[in-house]
Design a binder for this molecule. Sequence first.
Ligand code: DLL
Length: 432
Amino acid sequence: MKYWRQDIECIDREELVKLQSRRLSEMVKRIYHNVPFYKNLFDQKGINPNDIKDISQLNELPFTTKKDLRDNYPFGLFAVPQSEVVRLHASSGTTGKPTVVGCTKNDLEMWSEVVARSLTMAGITNRDIMQVAYGYGLFTGGLGIHYGVEKVGASVIPISTGNTKKQLQLMMDFGSTAIACTPSYLAYLAESIEENGVKDKIKLKRAVCGAEPWSEELRRHIQEILGIKAFNIYGLSEVIGPGVAMECECQNGSHIHEDHFVPEIINPETGDVLPYGEVGELVFTTLTKEAMPLLRYRTRDLCTLNIEKCECGRTLVRMGTILGRSDDMLIIRGVNVFPSQVESVLMDIYETTPNYVLTVDRKNNLDTLEIKVEIADKFWTTEIREIENLKKRIAQSVQSTLGISAVIKLAEPHTLSRSEGKAVRVIDNRKK
Ligand code: DLL
C-alpha cells in the first residue's frame, strides 16, 4: 500500500490556486470570528475578511510571529472550543515560555495524511518496518511520524530517542528497513554500526531525517557508510510538526504540501515577498488547520522556493535546504555564517567526523571562532607534524570557503558528546 495522492501532488497549478483561494477565504473568516487576536489585528488594519477571496491577496494580510504565540500563551490563538481539541504539543524553546499547539480530530487526520504522503515520497510502503527514533512526547517528531507510518501501513517501532545499543539490537532483530531520526543521530548510529561491525546484519534502506539543518555533505557521509538513501523531512510544531515538506526520490528540494500550507519567501528586514529562487525567510499560512490556524507565520528559517515541475512528476513547490534560522546565524567579525556551512566544509575533509562544536567569543573587542572537530578513528595520530598540517588544512578551507579565520582544535575520537535529538552545535559566549 502507498499513500499517493496524484490528484493533489501533480495538480495543475491553476487548479491549485483555485483550491488555495477557496480555502484561504474560508480560513480568514474563521480566524476573524473565532480568534480575538486576529479580529483585533484585522480591525486595526482595516481589513474586512469578506474581501479576501484570492490567494494573490495573501501579501495584504498581516504576519503572525512567535512573539504573538508567546503573548497568547497557552491557548489564546485557538480557534475552536477546548472540547474539540484532542491533542496538545509544545516546543520547549530555549528562552521564555514554550509555544503551545493544539489539534482537533480533523487536524490529526490531516497531519497523518501529509506524513503518509511524505513517507511515500521517500519510497516507504506497507512492506517496510520503520523505527521511529524521534522523541515521543510534547515534541511533535515521534507521534507525528508515528501516525503517518501507520497510515502507510508499514510496521512502526515506536522506540523514541536514545539508548543506542537497543536501537541497534532492534534494528537487527526486527529487520528495520527504514528509520526516522535527526540526521546528527543517524550519523551517530552509523558510527556505532561501523564500530560494532554489524553492517551486514542490518536491513536499513531508507532514512527520513529532519528537525535540524544538515548539509548535503553529511547526507553523502551517512548514505555512504550505511548504503542507504536519506531523505529530508521538514516541519515545525506551530504549523503542524513533521510533514510540512518532504523530499522525493530525486532528492532535489522538499515538496511542500501546498493544499494545506501556503509558503512565501520574504525579505526578513522589510517583510516584502521575494521572487522564486531568492533566499529569504519562509512564511506559512495554514489553510485547513482547525484548532490553531496561522496566518503568514514567520518561521525564521531561511531558504529558497523552486516552482519548476520536478522530475518525479510532482508540481508541488520545492523548498531548498534550510540554511539556518535567522536567529542561529552567527555574525563573526561582520561575516554571516551558518553552522551548516561550517559542517559542509568539515565534511569535505575526509579525516574529520560529523561531530563538531563551534565556540564563538569576543576577545579585545574582536569576535573569535573556535572549531573543535573530532577526528575519525583511523586517522587519529599523536604525530605533532601531522596534527598541525591537518589543522592548517581545515583552517585554510574555512577561510577560503567562508571568508573567516578560525582556531581549529582537533578532538580525539569519541570525545565529543553525541546528540540523540537536535544537536547543539554552537556555544556563543558573547550572549552571556
Ligand atoms: O522539529 C518538527 C520535525 C520533527 C520536523 C521531525 C522534522 C522531523 P520544532 O521542534 O517546532 O519542530 O522545530 C522546528 O526545526 O523551524 C527548523 O528551524 C528546524 N527544522 C525542522 N526540520 C528541518 C529540516 C520539528 N528538515 C524547526 N531541515 C524549524 C532544517 C529543520 N531545519
